[in-house]
Design a protein. Structure first.
Length: 107
């Protein structure tokens, strides 16, 4: 276990990924889609890193290329709807500071 602890960067932890809600959309100055923020069980909003965003997009069956074309309201509505239907697969979020780095699934 000590060897495993040495591999995990300082400040990275796993937290329960209950009741995820896409809270906001992050865009660059030119309006280019970057990522979304997510609340887990009412937590403060956390930014999704690229890997976490890609995995959420696959789960919800809404590709990131399509997310980039949608308005903020449509992203919130559609992704949250799909998360309510499909979320049970991921049990924890791998988090550092205010960012979700990845999702963990059983097995």
């Amino acid at each position: 276990m000590d060897e495993l602890d040495e591999l995990v960067p300082t400040g990275v932890r796993a937290i329960p990924a209950r009741n995820p809600v896409v809270h906001g959309v992050v865009r660059r100055d030119g309006g280019q889609f970057v990522t979304v923020t997510v609340r887990l069980a009412g937590s403060e909003p956390k930014l999704l890193d690229r890997r976490a965003l890609e995995r959420m997009a696959r789960l919800t069956r809404i590709p990131t290329a399509l997310l980039a074309e949608l308005s903020d309201d449509l992203i919130l509505q559609n992704v949250n709807f799909q998360l309510r239907r499909r979320w049970s697969w991921f049990t924890h979020a791998v988090v550092r500071d205010d960012r979700i780095l990845d999702w963990m699934a059983p097995g």
